[in-house]
Design a protein around this ligand. Structure first.
Ligand code: NAP
Length: 245
């Protein structure tokens, strides 16, 4: 991958996003590592720069409408025009629909879906001009198959797939691809609270006999962002160790 590519990874402070930022930096990208606060992404930046890469931390609450244009201007002035975007930031507010508050519904949609919409729209102009771009959004197997207690999360993750397919149809002629990756259970802070018996149950449901690691996802994202993946677009690629087979 060319040295000059600038990649934006949202939710890059930990877990899957951190692994993606590190993988793209290894491929020679300059990486804008986003988190809700810039200081949260400092550790990821340190790991990248220690290995000789180039990365800068940026902060913004992606669930809030304002500030995205200023954030993108800041990234452009410090690193250049991004042509790779990974919409990875996400959160859960799990509860049964009967008990769900409007706030919990709205917050999940705002961060997981509206955040991806805003970031993509803000960065698309630069990719159109460059006539090259890679947009990868991290969905979930829950967006494809559902899960009790996660109607808000499933709605946001399923919507990202429809978003991705429509976007792929809009921008393909400009050399831009848009894909989604749908992880199964990955060992991160998001799944750390899972009770041991549930963890064992999930592991048994996989064919490979383990939970996923962030690197299981970052390796796929890295490929989708590469030159070699130019003929793959509008796809939702499940990476779940056979969980949903
Ligand atoms: P994680 O460890 O909980 O990390 C979440 C990341 O999102 C953090 O970097 C966090 O930044 C950022 N974030 C959360 N709310 C934000 C906001 N309002 N504004 C900006 N950034 C925000 O999660 P993960 O497990 O790595 O998951 C990453 C993505 O993969 C998510 O979209 C998740 O839904 C998806 N996924 C995960 C799994 C899994 O099993 N782990 C499975 C399927 C899909 P801060 O550090 O600043 O809070």
């Amino acid at each position: 991958m060319s040295e000059s590519k600038v990649a934006v990874v949202t939710g890059a402070s930990r877990g899957i996003g951190q692994a993606i930022a590190i993988a793209l930096a290894k491929d020679g990208c300059q990486v804008a590592c986003l988190a809700s606060k810039a200081e949260n992404a400092a550790e990821t930046v340190r790991q990248i720069t220690d290995e000789g890469g180039n990365a800068i931390a940026f902060g913004a609450d992606l669930g809030e409408g304002g500030g995205i244009d200023a954030l993108v201007s800041d990234i452009e002035s410090q690193l250049g025009t991004p042509t790779i975007l990974v919409n990875n930031a996400g959160l859960t507010r799990d509860t049964l629909l009967m008990r769900m508050s409007d706030e919990d519904w709205q917050r999940v949609i705002d961060v997981n879906l509206n955040g991806a919409y805003r970031m993509t729209k803000a960065l698309l102009r630069g990719m159109m001009k460059a006539r090259w771009g890679r947009i990868v959004s991290i969905s979930s197997v829950v967006g494809l198959h559902g899960a009790p207690g996660q109607t808000n999360y499933a709605a946001s993750k399923a919507a990202l797939i429809g978003f991705t397919m429509s976007l792929a149809k809009e921008v393909g002629s400009r050399g831009i691809t848009a894909n989604a990756v749908a992880p199964g259970w990955i060992a991160t802070d998001m799944t750390a609270e899972l009770p041991e018996d549930q963890r064992e149950h999930v592991v048994k449901l996989t064919t490979v006999g383990r939970l996923g690691e962030p690197e299981d996802i970052s390796s796929v994202v890295r490929f989708l962002c590469s030159e070699e993946a130019s003929f793959i677009t509008g796809q939702a690629i499940t990476v779940d160790g056979g969980l949903t087979l």
